[in-house]
Design a binder for this molecule. Sequence first.
Ligand SMILES: [Zn+2]
Length: 277
Amino acid sequence: MPELPEVEQVRRGIEPILLGQKVVAVRVLRSDYLEPAGADTRQIVGTCCVKTHRHGKRLFCEFSAGVTVRFHLGMSGRIYAANYGEPLSPHTHFVMQLQSGRELRMSDPRRFGGIALYASFAQGVAAEITGKVGVDALYLKTADLAAWRSFKSSVKMRLLSQREVAGLGNIYVDEALWQAGIHPLTPVCRIAPAQLIVLAAAVKKLLRRSITMGGTTLRDYHNVQRQPGRFAQMLQVYGRAGQPCRRCGSELKGIRVCARATVFCPQCQPRHKGRRS
Ligand SMILES: [Zn+2]
């Protein structure tokens, strides 16, 4: 499932294709892939994309008339570039034709993703970000962590929930907890403030490294040019249950947290490490 680095790759990839290019036509091939029902995509025809924004896993494209399109990749969504007339990839639900002769298309076999249309970027933020998801994980600050001390739920659950920090999924949460030496089931309130700072730093470092390597491709994710990311080779724990920890050599354990496969090192991430005392 695409997480923050993969969506950021898509944002960076579409900018050179989309910015300043007049939209000639929009085709929605599956009407239920677009929100709200009956949204009129003709509003962006004849306008240009002036800015792209990303918050967590959401990608917004703001057009010159103010109308903003929000893309969410879900589990298997892909935004890819093609030339006019090039055959559609299977499960393509959306096509935006540009004056340059290029098209931006979105495919999504499993359809957990989607596209939404808003009258303005501010309206999109109000509907999807404000009060719903936390700070973008790439810009997490120490000050943002102060409120975390009251949370009794497990750190993995909290990071996945998007409520305090947006953009993390199963891969980067497991990796960041291993980097910070925190057991995934540790209640957030039991993590010492200094260790929370270590965790926040680990999150940002991981995300930045993954972005520079094009993100992580396990199965579905490809960038706009249809190339896979190269960060999968850097993963230390994700998908490695039963294999030796690369830090201490202990066997990595697999458990389920929030119904998600979770891998950690019992030695480097002991259950009570980080208890506030
Ligand atoms: Zn270890």
